[in-house]
Design a protein around this ligand. Structure first.
Ligand code: BTN
Length: 260
């Protein structure tokens, strides 16, 4: 079941890939294997998921043709790393998609990947306590790769695109997986060298389509409008509202358009 891909060029992550044809959710399977003793670098990939999960307990439609994988990582630097590793992963996914020739790839807080305000990839980053002393992060990545939006439309809740729609041709799922993991590794090297996520935060700010935009924040039952000003050191979104600056840690954000 373990596959040895020869396109990984990593120095920190030691990738071990388990490829499955069909599974409920690669995030769930990765967490199960971590609890059984697996460690950083475990990657579970599936051709299709029957119960793929997104943020806020939403489902993630996962037809054959998409890239669906989860990777186990160790937290680095502070204890609460799931949000920052989510931002790091979003930067890596954007780099990977861009390397295939897709243009105008931008990030939406917290970690959606967009092309012209259409979602092309999503990331679900979760923490899991594997024993009394060890926390692990599972980063689950779904990319609309070789599945045209015209074949997914009845399952979609927001404007969506795919790599095949952007490029007009199929691309290699294995190559994109390797490229994203290689980019994650490069960013993790920078984080370890600097003992800081500054490099990631800088790149995220540069590629963001959220910052400077009017946004609507959905937190519990409440909605608040404002201008997205920055992201904090902890990965939170800082929004200027009529009541002053608001720090959004886990809410949902809609872009309302209209620049600052
Ligand atoms: C989102 O945009 O809400 C996040 C979507 C994350 C989907 C991926 S697909 C691989 C991994 N397994 C899951 O069940 N979810 C993530």
């Amino acid at each position: 079941m373990i596959n040895h891909f020869n396109c990984f060029k990593t120095t920190i992550i030691r990738p071990r890939v388990i490829s499955i044809d069909s599974i409920d959710s690669t995030n769930r399977k990765t967490k199960e294997l971590l609890v059984q003793g697996e460690s950083e670098g475990l990657i579970v990939t599936a051709r299709t998921q029957t119960a793929g999960r997104g943020r806020k307990d939403r489902s993630w439609y996962s037809p054959i043709g998409g890239l669906y994988f989860s990777i186990a990582l160790k937290p680095r630097i502070g204890p609460e790393q799931a949000p920052l590793l989510g931002l790091l992963s979003a930067c890596a996914v954007a780099r990977g998609i861009r390397s295939l020739g897709v243009e105008n790839v931008r990030l939406k807080w917290p970690n959606d990947v967009l092309v012209q305000q259409h979602k092309i990839a999503g990331i679900l980053s979760e923490s899991i306590q594997v024993d009394d002393n060890h926390l692990r992060i599972v980063v689950g990545i779904g990319v609309n790769q070789n599945c045209p939006v015209s074949e997914m439309s009845e399952h979609l809740r927001w404007p969506t695109t795919s790599i095949i729609d952007e490029l007009g041709k199929e691309t290699s799922i294995e190559a994109l997986l390797c490229s994203i993991v290689n980019e994650m590794d490069e960013l993790l090297q920078a984080v370890e060298n600097d003992s800081s996520y500054a490099v990631v935060l800088e790149e995220w700010r540069r590629v963001s389509s959220t910052l400077g935009t009017r946004v609507r924040i959905y937190e519990d039952e409440k909605t608040t409008d404002g201008i997205a000003k920055d992201i904090g050191e902890d990965g939170s979104l800082i929004v200027e509202t009529d009541e002053g600056l608001m720090k959004v840690v886990s809410g949902d954000v809609a872009h309302l358009g209209g620049m600052e």
